[in-house]
Design a protein around this ligand. Structure first.
Ligand SMILES: CC(C)(COP(=O)(O)OP(=O)(O)OC[C@H]1O[C@@H](n2cnc3c(N)ncnc32)[C@H](O)[C@@H]1OP(=O)(O)O)[C@@H](O)C(=O)NCCC(=O)NCCS
Length: 153
């Protein structure tokens, strides 16, 4: 029903639409199409990042996405991955697409020799937290802090 592949520059407009869905439910982020398009372009051109998409076999476009960026961890003594932007279009939830996308990312991470994957999730997003737990992700004692450096567009 879906084909998982890595994203290409031509996908950016559809990815921006998927990110709009995601940011609408995440209290810490505001949707801004230009910023999201710039971020996607940076990911697509980075040697240390990848975006995967799920494409409907019916030819109706992209229905899900997920990104991964590589970081160096002193704790692990090697490379780890930061998973972000996992979102499945609402009309195709609960059909195994999120799990399939995540499995592809984990497969890639293993092949690349990453030691661990990590992600941030909205603490009030119970469906996503349940989904990750059932996919084998564990909670940690860490909390996320942030400091804004620049508000420039
Ligand atoms: C969280 C999210 C990514 C999950 O994606 P999804 O495609 O709906 O997830 P799946 O279909 O793979 O899995 C969901 C459930 O459907 C079940 N399922 C899988 N295939 C199925 C099928 N063919 N028929 C019915 N159910 C199925 C799975 O068993 C799973 O059940 P579980 O959660 O009880 O284990 C999706 O809900 C989403 O995009 N949410 C909004 C954005 C978001 O919160 N992103 C996370 C940000 S941190």
């Amino acid at each position: 029903m879906v084909n998982i592949r890595t994203a290409q520059p031509k996908d950016v407009p559809q990815l921006v639409v998927l990110l709009q869905t995601l940011f609408a439910i995440e209290a810490d982020f505001d949707f801004d199409a230009d910023k999201q398009a710039r971020g996607l372009q940076l990911l697509l051109h980075s040697d240390n990042a990848c975006i995967w998409v799920a494409e409907l076999a019916s030819g109706n476009g992209l229905c899900a996405m997920c990104s991964l960026q590589i970081l160096i961890s002193t704790a692990e003594g090697g490379e780890v991955g930061l998973l972000e932007d996992l979102v499945v279009a609402a009309d195709v939830h609960n059909q195994g697409i999120g799990a399939k996308l995540l499995a592809e990312v984990v497969k890639w991470a293993k092949q690349r020799g990453l030691k661990r994957l990590q992600l941030l999730a909205d603490k009030n997003n119970a469906p996503a937290l349940g989904f990750y737990q059932r996919q084998g992700w564990q909670s940690t004692q860490l909390v996320c802090l942030r400091r804004v450096i620049s508000e420039k567009k």
